[in-house]
Write a protein that binds this ligand. Structure first.
Ligand code: FAD
Length: 479
């Protein structure tokens, strides 16, 4: 076998199975050199936040262990990806450089640069695998990108089914010469003082095995997904988002596993259809990011340029800490802080509260989520915030302002979610749980709640905040 290796450059594809770049490298009759580069420079403001770094540490450890089981080493380098790859090519005389395609604007720019710089000297190849459908393959009849979800998803479903996932490569021949690698622990990806990661540890098992375990577990519940997915007090959703974001499982693996389940179990078929539609939202967000790379910062729709956003550091802090006095909002923000994840319904409620009740720019919320979510994802996060703020493609209109009390009563009717995350309200009867200020003094006393002391008074009056938001919208339209 020739000694010049093929570098397999891992990024958000931290798995061995259904990994086309790795599979292709394994069958190329050359040694394989698996590499991960911690590049905090190329993504600019969008380098991984705190919770993502925690995840990354554990996921890289899991990938390195899986490669070690096959006799290999994951080489770790830190620095600008293009510079580190150039060094590695120089050091090893690599014959090839393979990777899984990325869709973030900085990733796309980098990939073009690598093709330009190395394309003539070695075999430079990128492979799909992070999405079910490539964003440029799905077009309207007029050959334009889609701006509305339902026709987008219909067009996806008219495409040939995504290819079957591929198993892990059986045997891998690794590059044998010793080459310099950083130590994962030296990267300080884990928090130290204070160490806020206890809740993350309790909740998650990063890595490929953890991802597949979660999928298997979800298969037992998929039948009820359609009904339970909007109930934050029930484990009704899959919790696969951080695994999908870090590429520990591919959407094709999820797709085909679910399709097989639906084929063998008619009761599950409806849940599977609803679930695949949510995966479709992920595809749609990536489609939007690919065609409109400015969406992480810029409103997708015009008309928000003059919006009278407020600067409200105290409001922002109360929101971040889960101390707004609105139980469903506080429960969500505390779940996020503790576990690095928040239920989708509650993401919508807390986002609406920030943008509409507090009139704080959606980008401030997007940044907080970026730092605290283990599934922080440039496409999905930008898309989610713009959807709620009313400036996104196919977004909820701005004037639709969530009422946090009604949302709480509707989607957390028995209060299981609020009681879990806001235990100081645990003993309040259901009737008052989502609006403790409406409880008579003796009920509050009996439940051990003292508003303003054991639990905050609401930081805004709902009706007044609603009127203010609508007035702001009117003003921005006139401006
Ligand atoms: P499930 O219900 O099990 O859904 C399966 C998969 O479909 C998810 O893992 C996810 O990959 C995808 N998905 C589901 N809903 C959406 C959606 N609305 N948009 C895009 N993809 C979706 N998702 C992220 O992955 N990263 C983010 O940074 C992110 N930020 C968000 C910010 C806001 C303000 C909002 C409203 C939503 C955001 N979402 C984000 C989307 C959604 O809330 C999460 O994907 C979902 O809660 C993840 O939980 P799950 O895996 O149990 O979802």
């Amino acid at each position: 076998m020739p000694t010049a290796p093929i570098i397999v450059w891992f990024r958000q594809d931290l798995r061995l199975s259904d990994h086309r770049a790795l599979k292709q490298a394994a069958s190329a009759d050359r040694p394989v050199l698996p590499v991960y580069i911690l590049d905090d420079e190329s993504p600019g403001d969008w380098r991984p936040g705190g919770a993502s770094r925690w995840w990354l540490h554990h996921s890289l450890k899991s990938l390195a262990d899986a490669l070690a089981d096959k006799g290999g080493t994951l080489v770790l380098r830190r620095g600008r990806s293009d510079e580190e790859l150039a060094r590695l090519i120089e050091e090893t005389g690599a014959a090839g450089l393979y990777w899984t395609r990325g869709y973030e604007p900085h990733a796309q720019e980098l990939e073009k640069k690598l093709h330009r710089e190395f394309g003539e000297r070695l075999e430079v190849k990128r492979f799909g695998g992070a999405l079910l459908f490539e964003p440029e393959a799905i077009e309207t009849g007029a050959g334009e990108p889609f701006k509305v979800f339902t026709p987008f998803w219909k067009a996806c479903l008219r495409e040939p089914e995504p290819p079957e996932p591929r198993p892990r490569p059986g045997k891998l021949d690794f590059y044998a010469k010793k080459i310099r690698s950083d130590k994962l622990d030296d990267w300080d990806l884990l928090p130290t003082r204070p160490d806020w990661s206890g809740g993350l540890e309790e909740t998650w098992t990063p890595g490929e095995n953890g991802a597949h375990r979660r999928l298997r577990d979800f298969l037992n519940r998929v039948e009820d997904y359609g009904e339970d997915r909007d109930r934050p007090g029930i484990a009704g959703t899959s919790g696969l988002s951080p695994h999908l974001h870090h590429g520990e499982i591919s959407p094709r693996q999820v797709w085909h596993t679910l399709r097989r389940t639906a084929a063998g179990d008619r009761a599950a078929a409806k849940g599977v259809e609803a679930y695949l539609r949510e995966l479709g939202w992920r595809e749609f967000c990536y489609h939007l990011l690919h065609h409109w790379p400015g969406i992480p910062r810029q409103p997708f729709r015009d008309g928000f340029g003059n919006f009278p956003w407020r600067s409200d550091p105290r409001g922002l802090k109360a929101w971040q800490r889960g101390r707004t006095g609105f139980p469903i909002v506080d429960a969500g923000m505390r779940e996020l802080w503790h576990t690095g994840w928040m239920h989708n319904r509650v993401r919508m409620i807390v986002a609406s509260f920030l943008v509409k009740h507090l009139l704080i720019r959606w980008q401030r919320g997007e940044e907080w989520f970026w730092d605290t979510l283990v599934d922080a994802d440039l496409a999905n996060n930008a898309c989610g915030w713009q959807w709620v703020a009313g400036c996104g493609a196919d977004a909820a209109p701005y004037f639709r302002i969530f009422n946090p009390m009604l949302q709480g009563k509707k989607f957390d009717p028995d209060g299981a979610y609020v009681r879990r995350w806001v235990p100081e309200l645990e003993s309040l009867p259901d009737k008052h749980l989502h609006e403790p200020w409406s409880a008579p003094a003796e009920e509050l006393k009996k439940a051990g709640v003292e508003l303003g002391k054991t639990y905050p008074e609401p930081i805004v009056d709902h009706a007044a905040a609603r009127q203010r938001a609508l007035a702001a919208l009117k003003e921005s339209k006139q401006g």
